[in-house]
Each structure stands twice: as structure tokens, then as C-alpha cells.
Design a protein around this ligand. Structure first.
Ligand SMILES: *[C@@H]1O[C@H](CO)[C@@H](O)[C@H](O)[C@H]1NC(C)=O
Ligand SMILES: *[C@@H]1O[C@H](CO)[C@@H](O)[C@H](O)[C@H]1NC(C)=O
Ligand SMILES: *[C@@H]1O[C@H](CO)[C@@H](O)[C@H](O)[C@H]1NC(C)=O
Ligand SMILES: *[C@@H]1O[C@H](CO)[C@@H](O)[C@H](O)[C@H]1NC(C)=O
Ligand SMILES: *[C@@H]1O[C@H](CO)[C@@H](O)[C@H](O)[C@H]1NC(C)=O
Ligand SMILES: *[C@@H]1O[C@H](CO)[C@@H](O)[C@H](O)[C@H]1NC(C)=O
Ligand SMILES: *[C@@H]1O[C@H](CO)[C@@H](O)[C@H](O)[C@H]1NC(C)=O
Ligand SMILES: *[C@@H]1O[C@H](CO)[C@@H](O)[C@H](O)[C@H]1NC(C)=O
Ligand SMILES: *[C@@H]1O[C@H](CO)[C@@H](O)[C@H](O)[C@H]1NC(C)=O
Length: 895
């Protein structure tokens, strides 16, 4: 007897570990937060469940950490997880956790509160819990009736809801309602399948979740089933009744239906002991008038051909849910019940055996939920994004700025006002901003224009500088703009002055440098005063000579501009935000892929039926996240250069992040160097031109941009070629700007591509523009040699080391790409090689800057062109060269 027990014990332990190990790796989408865990402690695996918990530091900015004083295991929760730490909120009325979730996905959201006399006051608190802008439940630890699945919890509370977030951010807020201090021990989010627990309306607050089993496990009271048995980490409690008998089985049940219940639950079922009776269970549930039940069945007895199990399902002693129900054999089946009639104090579920049935009714598990309506919509997403950007621009931080900005109305953020529709499903909008005396520094944020329901804007008495932006005139709902008491300069746009006729109140007094006279309007640039003088002189003199001179100057100015080709203002105006629907349309439903970028797939698109575009879609699994996406959009919106790929538009809608670029029909440089393209090998002239153009794009980033930009991911794959084989630098996702002045470096997490990464940056984390110079040098070596950047089979695996090795051994011939057939001006080639080697010098101080590189390459190109000038016809068969225009206007001016 003893040995049998021991054997059973060992088998169960073994099964436990097998399932544990099989599932332990798979906590996909789980968010498991140990509230009050220090931010510098790394996440840990909790022993009893195998679940990885991490600190809450990244999800909340407020509150204090504490530990429970009473760790007595009697305190109720030890068999679920020993939650020992917590975060409490002595300051502020509403404190919110901000979690990143997937919009439109169903989640189990579980909040755990274990008091454990952490504050030594022996006084259990009472406070409210909100889910986004909606009330969820009052957490009342003073109430004696606190249960988890109807197991009484001595010192805590566990609340659980199945909810579908309507955006990618989910706020879980603790709201102080009395004198006691809110606190929380843990937050657990578990994604579910979309086809389980669906309701037309409402979220499901767990009332209880039972499976039917009479056996106390050999571990004593431990009858809870959760992860890893349950892949969704639902918490199930064993329940039984004297009038029932357990049947059990070891044959597995096919439980692949949407609910994915664990075998541990389907291996047991309950039947009435008296086979002639009904199976019946009641529970008190008094005031709920919207209840959702899920009954889980499977036939777990091997039936003989003569056997039948058939019964009707009766709810609340009168409503027949199903008349002749047969549980399918060894197959999970779930019967949902939604009811809106109140039970008379106790609700009953009854399974009534059919007359013809040879076997009594059976049931495996059931879940009961209250349906909660969470009707209040979150504030309009674009308003929130715009407001957050404004907040970030001015580095504003207020305690009340947590959770939803507008709702619930009592917790509306200070400094704004909203319109809240009487229909809660209509998102609130921000209609007024009052940042008077907020200490704002800098210019008026352009993000204000995206608050397109704004009626009142008060930025008075701050330290704002710069101009009064033109966009304010386009915000048609604005009735009051108060900019008084700042340091604004320039003039007020005429269009804004005109709006005053339409009822706009514009207050600008107390800005000493602001010109309020409408006649200032025609000025531009910073030379206001000079222009003011110049115009009358031109008018009065009216001499042909002066006019001619001015015209000449203008012509010269524009010519110079065109030649430098750096700025293309028309592109700026065209950039726009697309909806995801438009993106779907212009890619013809993502019909044709162009390739795979660091970001996700790139698709071909057609804008207005004639302009080809490349559409980069950020994949969910991409290591590049929203931050990189933002970096790329921000950068490309600011910089414009003929040798940088230009952005046509972007889409930032929910989880859809898309970048739309000009189409580069000739792929990337790497494809051409590696011979992946069918076209003939690149000539030395074209290689030099591509290098020179790329260098100019990079020079522009380093020197032409304010603040300067570091690309951080220069490689041949990121050098793209348009239909004229003009080179443009792409993929700005890793780019960083760095401050000018005394500080010329930034410390960052190392990023970049293997082989191209500056070893000095790698060693020191010290990022300077010389890191890009190193990567560019590697590209230049690729251009000269057509060798892979890293090749373990070479004498030296890294291309820089390899070229250096060849040079010192005098093996110069074998450095140059043989496919060029020696058709190059060797002086230009040597110069380029020298330049490349200086770019890849290990120490950044030994490297030239990009202006020097661009100039050197320009000279190489000129010398190669002059050599080719006399014998152009020789090469004219090359398809590449026919496509390429070499007119003088195409060669950028050497500076
Ligand atoms: C859980 O954490 C452990 C280390 O603490 C790690 O090895 C394991 O991969 C993690 N599992 C998951 C699913 O995150
Ligand atoms: C975390 O930081 C605290 C001080 O803030 C320090 O006492 C503790 O040792 C640190 N723990 C770890 C694991 O680094
Ligand atoms: C299965 O049920 C029988 C009685 O029907 C009981 O004796 C046995 O302990 C049960 N086995 C398990 C593993 O629960
Ligand atoms: C379980 O049932 C599903 C649906 O009927 C079926 O597709 C699947 O093959 C079954 N799995 C097993 C292991 O029998
Ligand atoms: C099934 O029923 C038939 C007639 O009703 C009977 O002859 C047969 O023995 C039964 N078989 C079993 C396995 O009970
Ligand atoms: C919540 O987190 C997201 C992503 O980290 C962030 O964009 C958003 O601004 C945060 N919301 C609040 C209220 O802090
Ligand atoms: C906010 O706007 C409403 C009108 O939508 C107005 O009744 C209320 O007084 C305003 N509140 C504040 C603080 O300005
Ligand atoms: C505003 O800026 C001026 C000049 O930079 C400075 O002297 C003053 O202290 C600033 N005021 C505030 C409130 O920041
Ligand atoms: C504009 O700001 C000034 C300074 O704060 C204030 O005195 C005035 O009342 C404001 N006017 C309006 C219409 O809000």
C-alpha cells in the first residue's frame, strides 16, 4: 500500500515536471509585475508557478515600495504565489500603471492586493480601482467577505477581469476614496484567444472559476490549478458536493477549442451520486442582473454502443438552456449562458437527466462572471499623442497627469479642459490648454496644431521665444490665444491677424521683441530691420540699375541654390500622414514585396496612380520598435538632401507603423557589388560617383543639420540607388542627434551592424560622427574590392584588416575588384584606397571628417572623368551607363 502511494506520488511529480518544463518557456504575451520590486533587481522565476515576474518601475512613476510584515502562510495566498512586496500611494488621488498591450485583444487582467500589515497600522484599506477611464471595483479589505473562487482570503483580495483594451495603452489606476492609502501587490495580464470569452458588450468580472474534483491532492490543501497547467494562467479552484461522485480518466481529452482548458481539469468530472437525480449546484448571487456563464463539458467515459448520456441544462430553475445535450466523447465543449434576470438570492444550475439516457449528467468545470459595462471611451488618441508631445517638448510633469487626461471628469488633468459628450462612447476631446505661468522655455510647440478641437490656448507668462507660428491661423475653432508675457519675436502672421475679424481674441502684450504692426508681415528671415530699410529705398529710387542689380542677385541666389541641390522644399509640403486604409490601397493590399528591411517588410506602392513609392511596414516582431520609428520620422521630416532618401509620408495608427519613401528602383549598393543584380558590374566611375554622393548625404547630416545627426547604420545595404543610379542614404532608424558646442559626443547603447561598427564606439559607448566615418570607410573598401565585409575564410576576416594585410605584403593587385578589368585611373583608385584606410583607422582621431572625405572623393571623380572623357564610347554598351546621365549638371560642385 505504502509503495503504491509512493509510486503514484513519483508519477505525479514526474508529470508535473514534464508539463512544467514543456510550458515554462512559453509565457507569450504574459505581463507579470511584482509591484514594489526594486528597478535594479532583474526579473526572477517564481518557484511554485514558473512564472517570470519583473519590477513595476517601468510602468509607474509614483508611489513607494514596501514589504509585508506578516508573512504567515496562513494569510491565504501562499498556494497561488507568495506576494510579499507591494507599492503604496500616499500622494495623489489617482495613481496609474501604464501598460503596453495589443489593441483589440482579450486579456485576463488580474490585480492582487495582500495587506500583511505592511504599514504597521493594522488597518486594512479601502479604495477604488479603475480600468482606463472606467470604474472597475472597490477594493475593500475591511469587508469580511473576500474570496478567490469562493475560497476565503484572510488578508487580501484578488480581482480579475476579462477585458479587451481599445488602444495599445492600458491604464490601471488606484483611486483614493477615503482616508486609507491605496496599495497593490501584483499585476498580471494574460492574453486570450480572440474566439474565447467573446461578449457583444461588456467585460467579464470573475465571480468564480471551478473545476469539479473530490480528491484532495497529496500536497494537502493545494487544489488550485493555474500556470503552467493552464496555458492562460486562469486560476481554478477544486469544488465538490456531498451529493456528487467523481469520475476520472487518464485518456487525454482533445481540448483544442477556443478556451484551451488544461487536461488537469478535463481528467475529472462530477456526476450525481444517485444516478436517478439531477446534478444541481447553487450559489448566492444577489444583485447582478447581467451574468455570463461558461460550462465546460467532455464525455470522459468510454461508452458502449448501448450507452447514452443526455441531459438538459436548466438555469435558475426555470430557463432551459439546452434540451438534449450530449457531451462529445473525449472532446472539450463549452456551453455559454448569458442571462439578464436576477436570481432570487441564490442562483441554481441544474443538469436534468433525459428519460432515454442510460447515464447520469456530468460536468467538468464552470466559470461565472458578472458582466461589467465600461462605457466611457478614452480621450481621442490623437489629442493624447499631441498633448504628450507638447508635454515632452516642455519637459512638463505633474502628479495629476496619469491615466486618461479628460475622464473621469473629477480627475481631469490640470492645465486642460475637455468636451465630454453625454454619449460615453464618443471620445472626449481636449478643447482648452492653460499653461499660464508654467515656466515654458523654447518655441511654441508645433504639436499644438494637432489638437484640432482646441478653442482656447493660454501660454501667457512663460519664457517662450521664437516666432508666432502660422499654423495657429489654421485652427479654426480657436477663440482665444493668450501669448502675453513671453519673449516672442518676429511678426504676427497676417493670416492670424485676419482671424481676429472672425472673432479670435489674440493677446500678445508683454513681448518686447514682437512686432505687432501688420506691415511687418512681408519680411522674412532674420534680417528684419535691414529689409525694412531696403524696401523703401528700392521703391523711391526706382532706378533701373538698382532693380536690375536686385534681379541679378535674386537670379544668382536661386541658381546657387539649385546647383547645391541640397534643399527640395516641395517635398516638405507633400509629406503627410496616411491612414492605414490608404496604405492598404496604395500597396494594392500589400501585393508586392520589395524586400526585408531592418524594420519589417518593404512593399511596392503607387501613389495617385503615377508616383511609385516604397512602403516600409514595421513588423510586430521587429527588434526596431516605436522609438526607432519615431526617430526615423522625426529625422526625415527635418532633413532634406538629394542624397538622402526622402519620406513621402507615414502612418501611425494603432499598431500600424508605416513609412512611405520615394521608390528606389535600382535597389541597394550591396546588391550591385555582390553581383546579385543581373546588370553588368559597376564601373569605377560609377562607384566613385556613388561614394561621393553618399559622402555628401552624410556630410549634410553631420554638418548641415542643426543639431548634427549621426546615422549610426552606414552600410552598403543602406545605400539605395534610384532609376538614374543616383545614390541616396536610407534607414535612419538608429540615428541620433548630438549636441553642439563643447560636448561633441553622446553616450548611448551600442547599435549598428557587424563589420561596420566603429571599434572605438563599441569599446567606449562614446558616439561621435567619426563612428559614421569608420562605417563609411568600410563601405568604400567594399566599393573598391567587392569583398564581403566579414569573411572567416580570408587571411583576415574583417575587410579593413584584410586590405591592410594585403597592402603590407605588397599584394596590391588582388585588392581591387577584378570585375572592373583594370579599367580605372590608378591615381584616383589609390587616392580612394588611401582615404578608405584612413577612415577605418582604429582611433577616431586618425580619421578625416566627412567634409574632407566628400572633397577627396569629388577630386577622385573629376580625375577619373577627365580620363574617361576621351574614350567614353568604349563603355557605352553598358546598360548601366546608358541609364545614367553624366551631364555636367549631374556632377555636384566641389566645395
Ligand atoms: C524566465 O526567466 C528566466 C531567467 O530568470 C529565463 O531563463 C527564461 O527564459 C524566462 N522565461 C520567459 C518565458 O521569459
Ligand atoms: C539596488 O539599489 C540599491 C540602492 O538604490 C542597492 O542598495 C542595492 O544593492 C541594489 N541592488 C542590486 C541588485 O543592484
Ligand atoms: C479516480 O476515481 C476513483 C473512484 O472513482 C478514486 O478512487 C481515485 O482516487 C481517482 N483517481 C484520481 C487520480 O483522482
Ligand atoms: C482535436 O479536435 C480538432 C477539432 O475537431 C481536430 O482538428 C484535431 O485534429 C483534434 N486533435 C486531436 C489530437 O485529436
Ligand atoms: C445492448 O443492447 C442489446 C439489446 O437491447 C443487448 O442484446 C446487448 O447485450 C447490449 N449490449 C451490451 C454491451 O450491453
Ligand atoms: C504609457 O506608455 C506609453 C508607452 O510607453 C507612452 O507612450 C504613454 O505616453 C504612457 N502614458 C502615460 C500616461 O504615461
Ligand atoms: C471646461 O469647459 C466646460 C465647457 O465645455 C465649462 O463648462 C467649464 O467651466 C470648463 N472648466 C474649466 C476649469 O475651465
Ligand atoms: C526667462 O529667460 C530669461 C533669459 O534667458 C532669464 O533671464 C529668465 O530667468 C527666464 N525666466 C524664467 C522664469 O525662466
Ligand atoms: C491673458 O493672460 C494675461 C496674463 O496672464 C491675463 O492677465 C489675461 O487675463 C489673459 N486673458 C485671457 C482672455 O485669458
Amino acid at each position: 500500500m505504502e509503495t503504491t502511494h509512493r509510486l503514484v506520488f513519483l508519477v505525479i511529480i514526474a508529470i508535473f515536471f514534464i508539463t512544467y518544463l514543456a510550458n515554462a518557456q512559453d509565457q507569450q504575451g504574459f505581463i507579470s509585475i511584482d509591484c514594489g520590486m526594486p528597478h535594479n533587481e532583474s526579473s526572477y522565476t517564481e518557484e511554485s508557478t514558473g512564472i517570470n515576474y519583473s519590477s513595476d518601475a517601468n510602468f509607474i512613476r509614483t508611489g513607494k515600495r514596501a514589504r509585508i510584515k506578516n508573512e504567515d502562510p496562513e494569510y491565504g495566498m501562499e498556494y497561488i504565489k507568495p506576494y510579499k512586496r507591494l507599492r503604496y500611494f500616499p500622494v495623489g488621488t489617482r495613481n496609474c500603471y501604464n501598460l503596453t498591450v495589443s489593441e483589440g485583444r482579450h486579456y485576463i487582467i488580474r490585480a492582487v492586493f495582500i495587506y500583511g500589515n505592511y504599514d504597521g497600522l493594522e488597518q486594512r484599506p479601502k479604495f477604488d480601482l479603475h480600468l482606463g477611464p472606467n470604474f472597475w471595483i472597490t477594493i475593500n479589505l475591511q469587508d469580511e467577505f473576500r474570496t478567490l473562487n469562493r475560497i476565503w482570503l484572510e488578508d487580501g483580495m484578488v480581482e480579475e477581469i476579462i477585458h479587451m483594451p481599445k488602444s495599445n495603452n492600458l491604464d490601471i489606476c488606484l483611486v483614493k476614496t477615503g482616508t486609507t492609502t491605496p496599495f497593490i501587490s501584483a499585476l498580471e495580464l494574460r492574453p486570450l484567444r480572440d474566439d474565447a470569452y467573446t461578449t457583444k458588450t461588456g467585460s467579464l468580472k470573475v465571480f468564480f472559476r471551478w473545476y469539479f474534483s473530490s480528491t484532495d491532492s497529496i500536497f494537502g490543501t493545494e487544489t488550485i490549478v493555474r500556470y503552467p497547467d493552464d496555458v492562460h494562467d486562469r486560476i481554478w479552484a477544486a469544488e465538490f458536493d456531498d451529493a456528487w461522485t467523481e469520475i476520472n480518466v487518464t485518456t487525454p481529452v482533445n481540448s483544442t477549442n477556443a478556451f484551451e482548458l488544461p487536461q488537469a481539469i478535463f481528467s475529472k468530472a462530477s456526476i450525481p451520486t444517485d444516478a436517478g437525480e439531477s446534478w444541481r449546484r447553487g450559489w448566492p448571487m444577489q444583485n447582478q442582473d447581467d451574468i455570463q456563464l461558461y460550462l465546460h463539458f467532455a464525455e470522459i467515459q468510454a461508452l458502449t454502443p448501448n450507452d447514452t448520456r443526455e441531459f438538459s441544462i436548466l438555469w435558475d430553475e426555470k430557463t432551459i438552456i439546452s434540451d438534449n445535450y450530449n457531451p462529445p466523447e473525449f472532446m472539450a465543449d463549452t456551453v455559454p449562458i448569458r442571462t439578464s434576470t436576477k436570481c432570487d438570492e441564490v442562483c441554481y444550475l441544474e443538469l436534468v437527466r433525459a428519460d432515454s439516457s442510460t447515464l447520469p449528467p456530468s460536468i467538468n468545470a464552470m466559470e461565472v462572471f458578472e458582466v461589467l459595462q465600461l462605457p466611457q471611451s478614452e480621450t481621442d488618441e490623437n489629442d493624447v499623442i499631441a498633448f504628450k508631445n507638447i508635454q515632452a517638448t516642455y519637459r512638463l510633469q505633474k502628479t495629476s497627469w496619469q491615466g486618461d487626461p479628460c475622464v473621469p471628469i473629477y480627475y481631469m488633468w490640470t492645465g486642460l479642459n475637455c468636451s465630454i459628450n453625454t454619449f460615453p462612447s464618443i471620445p472626449p476631446r481636449i478643447i482648452s490648454i492653460d499653461f499660464s505661468h508654467y515656466g515654458l522655455i523654447g518655441t511654441i510647440s508645433s504639436d499644438i496644431q494637432y489638437l484640432n478641437q482646441l478653442e482656447k490656448l493660454d501660454l501667457s507668462n512663460n519664457n517662450l521665444t521664437g516666432r508666432v507660428p502660422e499654423f495657429l491661423a489654421k485652427m479654426k475653432l480657436l477663440t482665444v490665444i493668450n501669448l502675453s508675457g513671453n519673449n516672442l519675436s518676429g511678426s504676427i502672421p497676417q493670416s492670424l491677424l485676419n482671424m481676429q475679424k472672425n472673432g479670435l481674441t489674440l493677446l500678445v502684450q508683454g513681448n518686447p521683441n514682437l512686432c505687432v504692426d501688420p506691415s511687418c508681415e512681408s519680411e522674412a528671415g532674420d534680417g528684419n530691420n535691414k529689409m525694412k530699410l531696403l524696401l523703401p529705398i528700392v521703391a523711391s529710387a526706382a532706378s533701373v540699375g538698382v532693380i536690375t542689380a536686385v534681379l541679378l542677385l535674386i537670379i544668382l541666389f536661386f541658381r546657387k541654390k539649385r546647383q547645391s541641390k541640397a534643399i527640395r522644399p516641395s517635398m516638405v509640403a507633400n509629406k503627410r500622414r496616411f491612414t492605414y486604409e490608404e496604405v492598404t490601397k496604395l500597396t494594392n493590399n500589400f501585393e508586392r514585396t520589395l524586400g526585408q528591411g531592418g524594420f519589417g517588410l518593404v512593399y511596392h506602392g503607387n501613389l495617385n496612380g503615377n508616383e511609385q513609392v516604397a512602403v516600409k511596414v514595421l513588423s510586430q516582431s521587429s527588434p526596431q520598435g516605436y522609438k526607432e520609428f519615431k526617430a526615423e520620422v522625426d529625422l526625415l521630416l527635418r532633413v532634406h538632401h538629394i542624397n538622402l532618401v526622402s519620406l513621402v509620408g507615414y502612418c501611425d495608427e494603432g499598431q500600424h507603423l508605416v513609412l512611405i519613401y520615394e521608390y528606389m528602383s535600382n535597389g541597394n549598393l550591396k546588391q550591385h557589388l555582390s553581383g546579385e543584380c543581373s546588370s553588368s558590374p559597376l564601373s569605377w566611375e560609377n562607384r566613385l560617383r556613388i561614394a561621393a554622393e553618399t559622402a555628401q548625404g552624410l556630410e549634410y547630416l553631420h554638418i548641415g543639420c542643426k543639431p548634427p545627426m549621426i546615422h549610426r547604420d552606414i552600410k552598403s545595404m543602406n545605400i539605395l540607388l534610384d532609376n538614374h543610379f543616383q545614390a541616396k542614404l536610407g534607414d535612419f532608424g538608429l540615428s541620433r542627434s548630438f549636441p553642439v558646442g563643447s560636448e561633441t559626443h553622446v553616450s548611448t547603447n551600442v547599435a549598428g551592424s557587424p563589420g561596420y561598427l566603429d571599434p572605438e564606439y563599441y569599446r567606449t559607448n562614446w558616439l561621435t560622427e567619426k563612428s559614421d566615418v569608420f562605417s563609411f570607410g568600410v563601405v568604400l573598401l567594399e566599393i573598391i574590392t567587392s569583398q564581403p565585409v566579414i569573411d572567416q575564410t580570408r587571411e583576415k576576416s574583417h575587410i579593413g584588416k584584410w586590405v591592410g594585410f594585403k597592402l603590407t605584403n605588397g599584394d596590391i593587385k588582388n585588392i581591387v575588384d577584378p570585375s572592373m578589368n583594370g579599367d580605372y585611373d590608378s591615381s584616383s583608385l589609390w587616392k580612394a584606397l588611401e582615404l578608405a584606410m584612413s577612415c577605418v583607422s582604429p582611433s577616431s582621431s586618425g580619421r578625416p571628417n566627412m567634409s574632407q572625405v566628400a572633397n577627396e572623393l569629388q577630386e577622385c571623380l573629376l580625375s577619373e572623368n577627365s580620363r574617361k572623357g576621351g574614350r567614353r564610347d568604349v563603355d557605352s554598351k553598358s546598360s548601366l551607363e546608358q541609364n545614367t546621365s553624366f551631364g555636367p549638371e549631374h556632377i555636384p560642385d566641389a566645395r
